[in-house]
Design a protein around this ligand. Structure first.
Ligand SMILES: NC(=O)c1ccc[n+]([C@@H]2O[C@H](COP(=O)([O-])OP(=O)(O)OC[C@H]3O[C@@H](n4cnc5c(N)ncnc54)[C@H](OP(=O)(O)O)[C@@H]3O)[C@@H](O)[C@H]2O)c1
Length: 248
């Protein structure tokens, strides 16, 4: 068994996930860089040093999830941190931005597209967390963090003065569901050593939003990494960004 803490970052091959990988590895955590395409993962891990190992993991594929969980137990013997970071904003990655915006609206989105987004952003979180809970329960200080979205806050989007709320559609609804799932895991694990929290990176420039975000990935990764590394006195069942608590 490794003596260093071991973390798994889903969707670790690019964007905020890759920056989370770097942030955790710099704190001497051994980081498994999850990538649904292993070649992309190996490419992303190049030059990141001996603390980073690529691992194949498609969060929508139970066989892939089970194989990753088996490999982590066999080759690393522990898991201390699970970063539920993998996510998609639209079902058809090559669609035009206009198409993506209109199929984001629940009034217009084909049900199959809605299911695709929920499959990754919601059921992917549940499936990966369930598969890795046995290892996390063995950790002296298990941590689970969701890369969450303040844009999916029901409280903030209920406010008519919120100018962004027109964008509350399929993607946001899926992230709201992911928030709820994260809180449900936190409550179910309250009596254990595992702390479960949701961290919003802010509007970060990545492929998810066609690089329209206003924050860098370095900025976006800060709050997720902070929550991944909290001590025994840290919170559980919270939602926050770099400025403090965010309403669910
Ligand atoms: N960017 C923002 O402003 C923002 C704001 C709030 C929350 N977030 C959240 O931050 C997280 C990361 O997004 P990002 O902005 O960094 O986007 P990104 O650059 O597009 O990265 C998304 C990552 O998720 C991976 N992924 C997608 N589907 C997957 C699957 N089925 N299995 C495994 N990995 C999968 C992607 O892999 P591929 O390379 O194979 O596609 C990629 O590594 C998401 O959960 C998103 O909802 C982002």
């Amino acid at each position: 068994m490794k003596t260093k803490r071991v973390a798994l970052v889903t969707g670790g091959n690019k964007g905020i996930g890759l920056e989370i990988v770097k942030g955790l590895a710099s704190q001497d955590v051994l980081v498994l860089l999850g990538a649904r395409n292993l070649d992309d993962g190996m490419h992303a891990a190049e030059g990141l040093g001996e603390n980073v190992y690529p691992i194949q993991l498609d969060v929508t594929n139970q066989t892939s999830i089970n194989a990753a969980a088996d490999r982590i137990r066999r080759d690393f013997g522990r898991l201390d941190i699970l970063m539920n970071n993998a996510g998609i904003s639209r079902a058809r990655p090559n669609s035009s931005f206009q198409d993506a915006v209109s199929t984001n609206l629940l009034t217009a989105a084909p049900l199959a597209d809605i299911r695709t987004v929920f499959e990754t952003n919601v059921f992917g979180v549940i499936a990966v967390t369930q598969a890795l809970l046995p290892l996390l329960r063995e950790s002296p200080a298990g941590r689970i963090v969701l890369t969450a979205s303040s844009g999916a806050s029901m409280t903030l989007n209920s406010d008519p003065s919120n100018s962004h709320r027109k964008m509350f559609g399929n993607y946001s609804a899926s992230k709201t569901a992911a928030h709820a799932v994260t809180l449900a895991f936190a409550l179910a694990l309250e009596s254990t050593n595992i702390k479960v929290n949701a961290a919003c990176p802010g509007f970060t420039s990545t492929a998810l939003n066609n690089f329209n975000g206003t924050r860098s990935v370095e900025e976006g990764a800060r709050e997720p990494v902070r929550l991944a590394l909290i001590g025994a006195d840290g919170p559980t069942g919270t939602f926050s960004d770099e400025n403090g608590p965010v309403p669910w």
